[in-house]
Design a protein around this ligand. Structure first.
Ligand code: COA
Ligand code: NAD
Length: 695
């Protein structure tokens, strides 16, 4: 025993040092100290000839303890511990199973040998947390596997399986049987035959061709727009080629610390923990029984149904699509084939993976064929009567335990559930378009959704590779309700003097994947128009309303699908071109409303759109529709293209200062009236000097 977090045992002349820090053996201060002490002890022990480093439980190691970032650094640092391992005069063999991520891979890279079993997954995912690998990863990995492959791993953060890790040279041997036993045998053999110790720091990283690093920088520019860490990753890997190891390591640390202290990394770390917190539902007990979901059905093979079916098939779950005619069914199934073929062409999946994915998708016109499905997801037209009719049928046809879910984006889950005799099994699963790509699943609990149904659907989200966030049942749920307030503000800005291209550019520069007008043109303006027409009768007469979007639709401009929307599009092109016709419509609306158009500054656009989001988010929290402010951030990052390095709207509010946001919203309320009525929660937090994350 070394300390509570690191155990040592001897097998013959081999010392096994194992990390024992559940759930993922994160490398907190105690673990680092424990490993350093155990290495010292083994080095000094004359009876020890070799050392094995392993992890207890489900994995070798999930990396640095992320909860330590943002707090004073406690010695020994991870680079110090790794340097000690690498300098050890006795062979040190890392035995890898499960994940070895981040520092959890940098640690083995400092060992002299690495062996793994088939469960091993290795990655340097620091970039996804706004960081660069800061414990030698950018210096040792390129020396071991070459610059190109190392940069692929460091810039993507994606895991590499055991076979590939072997082929790349990250591990020396892949083990079939008992990993620890094999590692002991391997280590003893290295000691017995006096094998030279392989220290990655002593290797040379072969320089790539001239211009290679510039090319990589250029390539990531679009994908990593506004992000600091990816550029720093490239610089640091370049240093592995141009500088001596010790110097490169020193520079790596400086770049790492710069990232660690940045607002961007704080935001990305917030999203890491918020995503995990979102999976926890306070009134759903941890041990609640979750029935296995082995088969699924999707009602409606349109835009969403097809994407949802592909999501199930991708995750290895058999799925049946129910449609109303041979033609619509055929359309849906062939769209799936086309999308899969496209993925093969782009190298995203193999031919074999495509075939097994397609084999999992079936189609039918007979709803009785889905009687055994564990879950059914309805994705037909947004029409309440139709949805009720379908749920009444499903209730009769489907086995008693089946979950009946709806992908509605606006409708009342309780009204749909009432069409069945099993409202406890009814829930909303709101996927985003394109459903097989977008990661968000807004899971909407009805008044009667049971804890088992909620827990099943939250677990299903994870299984499908999605981020599930549980929200309450209200018009627009959480995401679309906030989105409505955000786009409404964008329309008011047009009425007052702005143009779509100006608004879109400001929000794009803020970091959104696209501005609201470009988004509207992609998703189709007619859908929201139909919703506004439905709501017209109940809209309060004194509520400010901009008719500008209606006027655009009245011209038959529904976005890209009609070749024109807020922008015009040339044949075969998706590039939005500002259109003088749109300016005419906008100016006419301003005149009709009696608004004197003025020059609108970019800052005003940014603030009004962002504050509209934050204020509505605060109201949603007040009403209990979202469980935590972090849930709202997770929704906006994964479903609406909010820039991850800004951590979501509520995190942004906390960082700006809730008091400052409240003052700004109050001022907007004075000049714009009710649309900016400050949320009670915003006012309370500002008064009490608290943040959204404190509630
Ligand atoms: N530091 C601190 N806590 C960590 C952690 C880390 N590196 N990695 C995971 N955890 C915590 C999670 O917050 C979660 O805590 P909770 O149960 O209180 O919510 C718990 O460990 C389990 O993690 P989870 O992600 O839910 O489990 P998983 O089995 O799905 O995935 C990992 C495990 C390790 C693959 C995943 O957590 C991960 O990718 N971690 C980060 C790895 C990383 O980026 N390391 C580099 C850090 S610089
Ligand atoms: P869609 O018009 O593309 O597809 C609907 C499909 O349902 C059609 O193929 C139609 O033939 C089929 N259908 C109609 N009645 C049926 C029945 N009785 N049985 C079986 N199939 C039937 O619609 P969509 O865009 O995929 O939207 C579906 C649902 O998802 C709607 O509730 C919508 O609000 C919601 N949604 C849409 C989006 C989006 O961006 N499109 C995003 C999130 C949620």
């Amino acid at each position: 025993m070394t300390n509570d977090l690191v155990n040592t045992e001897k097998r013959g002349n081999v010392a096994i040092i194992s990390i024992s820090n559940p759930p993922v053996n994160a490398l907190g201060a105690g673990v680092r100290q424990g490993i350093a002490d155990a290495i010292d002890k083994a080095e000094q022990d004359a009876e020890t000839a070799a050392i094995v480093l392993s992890g207890e439980g489900r994995c070798f190691c999930g990396g640095a303890d992320i909860t330590e970032f943002g707090h004073p650094v406690v010695d020994p640092s991870l680079p110090e511990v790794i340097a000690k391992i690498e300098a050890c005069s006795k062979p040190v063999v890392a035995a890898l199973h499960g994940v070895s991520f981040g520092g959890g891979l940098e640690l083995p890279l400092g060992c002299h040998f690495r062996i793994a079993d088939a469960s091993a997954l290795v990655a340097l995912p620091e970039v996804t947390l706004g960081l660069i690998p800061g414990a030698g990863g950018t210096q040792r990995l390129p020396r071991l596997i070459g610059v190109d492959k190392a940069l692929d791993m460091i810039l993507s953060g994606s895991p590499v399986g055991a076979e590939e890790a072997l082929a790349l040279g990250i591990i020396d041997e892949l083990v079939d049987g008992d990993l620890l036993e094999a590692a002991v045998v391997f280590a003893a053999a290295r000691a017995a035959d006096n094998s030279p110790l392989k220290r990655a720091s002593e290797l040379e990283a072969p320089p790539p061709q001239v211009g290679y690093f510039e090319e990589r920088r250029e390539k990531i520019k679009r994908r990593a727009r506004g992000l600091i860490a990816p550029g720093h990753c490239i610089t640091s890997v370049e240093n592995a080629v141009t500088l001596r190891f010790a110097e490169g390591l020193k520079k790596e640390r400086q770049l790492f610390v710069e990232c660690r202290e940045s607002e961007q990394s704080a935001a990305q770390r917030h999203i890491f923990f918020a995503t995990r917190a979102a999976a926890k539902i306070p009134d759903v007990p941890k041990g609640v029984a979750i029935p296995a979901i082995r088969s699924a059905a999707v009602i409606g093979g349109g835009t969403m149904g097809v994407g949802i079916a592909m999501t199930f098939a991708d995750a290895g779950i058999a799925v049946t699509i129910v449609e109303t005619s041979d033609q619509t069914l055929e359309n849906g199934l062939s769209r799936i084939k086309q999308t899969c073929a496209g993925s093969v062409k782009r190298g995203r999946i193999t031919d074999t993976a495509m075939t097994s994915c397609l084999n999992r998708v079936k189609g039918t016109l007979d709803v009785a064929d889905i009687k055994d499905a564990d879950i059914v997801i309805e994705a037909v037209f947004e029409d309440m009567d139709l949805k009720k009719e379908i749920f009444a049928t499903l209730d009769k046809v489907c086995k008693p335990g089946a979950i009946l879910a709806t992908n509605t984006s606006t409708m009342d889950i309780d009204a749909i559930a009432a069409a069945t005799a099993r409202p406890d099994k009814v829930i909303g699963t709101h996927f985003f378009s394109p459903a097989h790509i977008m990661r968000l699943m807004e899971n909407v609990r009805g008044a009667k959704s049971s804890p088992e149904t909620i827990a099943s659907v939250m677990a299903l989200s994870k299984k499908l590779g999605k981020v599930g966030v549980l929200v309450g049942n209200a018009d627009g749920f959480v995401g679309n309700r906030m989105y409505h307030k955000y786009t409404r503000q964008a329309y008011f800005l047009l009425d007052e003097g702005a143009l779509p291209e100006q608004v879109d550019k400001v929000l794009y520069d803020f970091g959104f994947a696209m501005g609201p007008f470009a988004v509207g043109d992609i998703s189709g303006l007619d859908v929201a128009w139909a919703v506004r027409q439905r709501q017209a009768a109940t809209r309060p007469a004194d509520e400010r309303y901009s008719p500008v979007a209606d006027k655009v639709c009245e011209q038959g401009r529904f976005g890209q699908k009609t070749g024109a929307g807020w922008y015009r599009y040339e044949d075969g092109s998706r590039a939005p071109i500002p259109d003088p016709e749109i300016e005419k419509i906008i100016v006419a609306v301003s005149e009709e409303l009696g608004i004197q158009r003025r020059d609108i500054k970019d800052e005003e656009i940014r603030e009004r759109c962002l504050y509209a989001l934050i204020n509505e988010g605060a109201k949603i929290l007040d009403e209990g529709l979202a469980l935590r402010s972090g849930d709202i951030d997770v929704i906006w990052i994964n479903g609406y293209g909010f820039p991850i390095h800004r951590g979501g709207p509520m995190f942004t509010a906390d960082r700006l200062g809730v008091r400052k946001v409240y003052d700004a919203v109050s001022k907007l309320y004075d000049s714009h009236g009710d649309v900016f009525k400050p949320a009670a929660l915003l006012e309370t937090l500002a008064r009490e000097g608290r943040n959204f994350r404190d509630i």
